[in-house]
Design a protein around this ligand. Structure first.
Ligand SMILES: Cc1cc2nc3c(=O)[nH]c(=O)nc-3n(C[C@H](O)[C@H](O)[C@H](O)COP(=O)(O)O)c2cc1C
Length: 181
C-alpha cells in the first residue's frame, strides 16, 4: 500500500510527551507533542518539532525554558483536552485536572501525574518545513523510582505512544537482545 508522502508519520510510532512552558507572566501552558527525539549525550540535547502558531513556541521564545513530561496511558483521555487551542495564557493543566509541581532547574512546572521529566533550556531553534525544531539542553532528567529499571520500565509505566490524530499505541513489552562482545 503506497500512501501520500506527507502521511509518512502514520508509519512511525512515537512516545507522547507533554511539554510545559510558562508565559512571561508565569502562566503555565501544556501541550502534547510526538515529533521529538534525543539528539546528543554530551552535551545532553533533546529536540522536538513545534508548529510556529503554538503557544508553546511563543513561551519558549520568551524565556527558553520547557519541561518534556513523559506520560502514560492513564493520561490518554486527557490528550483531547490538552491539544485544544485554548486562548493564550489559559492553563490547559487546569482544564485537564492535572497537578503542577515545581521543576528543579526551570520555571515551567512538571506534571505530577507524568512518569518522568526532562527539564530543558533552549540552545537553538531551526525553521524546518512547516515546523520549528527546538533544541533544548537537558538540565535535569528524573523518573519516578517505580518506573526505573536501569532504563524506563515501559511495561510498568504503561507508556503512551502516538500514531496520528486519534490513534495511539499502548501495551509495550520490554525486550532485551544480547550484544556481541
Ligand atoms: C498526541 C499528540 C501529539 C502531537 N504532536 C505534535 C507535535 O509533535 N508538534 C506539533 O506542533 N503539534 C503536535 N500536536 C498538536 C498540539 O499539541 C496542539 O496543536 C496544541 O493545541 C498546541 O498547544 P499550544 O498552542 O498550547 O502550544 C500533537 C497533539 C497530540 C494530541
Amino acid at each position: 500500500m503506497e500512501i501520500e508522502a506527507n502521511a509518512f508519520p502514520k508509519l512511525l510510532v512515537r512516545p507522547v510527551i507533554v511539554v510545559t512552558t510558562v508565559s512571561e507572566r508565569g502562566i503555565p501552558n501544556a501541550a502534547p507533542f510526538s515529533f521529538s527525539s534525543p539528539i546528543s549525550f554530551e552535551p545532553p540535547l533533546f529536540g522536538f518539532s513545534c508548529s510556529p502558531e503554538h503557544d508553546t513556541w511563543k513561551n519558549i521564545q520568551a524565556n527558553g525554558e520547557f519541561v518534556a513530561n513523559v506520560v502514560g496511558r492513564d493520561l490518554g483521555e486527557k490528550m483531547h483536552i490538552l491539544e485544544q487551542d485554548f486562548p493564550y495564557e489559559e492553563n490547559e493543566l487546569k482544564h485537564a485536572s492535572l497537578t503542577e509541581v515545581a521543576a528543579k532547574k526551570v520555571k515551567p512546572p512538571r506534571i505530577k501525574e507524568a512518569k518522568a521529566w526532562i527539564e530543558c533550556k533552549m540552545e537553538r531553534s531551526v525553521e524546518l518545513g512547516d515546523h520549528i525544531w527546538i533544541v533544548g539542553r537537558v538540565l535535569c532528567a528524573e523518573v519516578k523510582d517505580e518506573f526505573w529499571n536501569g532504563v524506563l520500565n515501559v511495561e510498568r509505566a504503561e507508556i503512551l505512544a502516538h500514531i496520528s490524530g486519534e490513534f495511539f499505541a499502548e501495551g509495550m513489552r520490554i525486550a532485551k537482545y544480547k550484544r556481541a562482545k
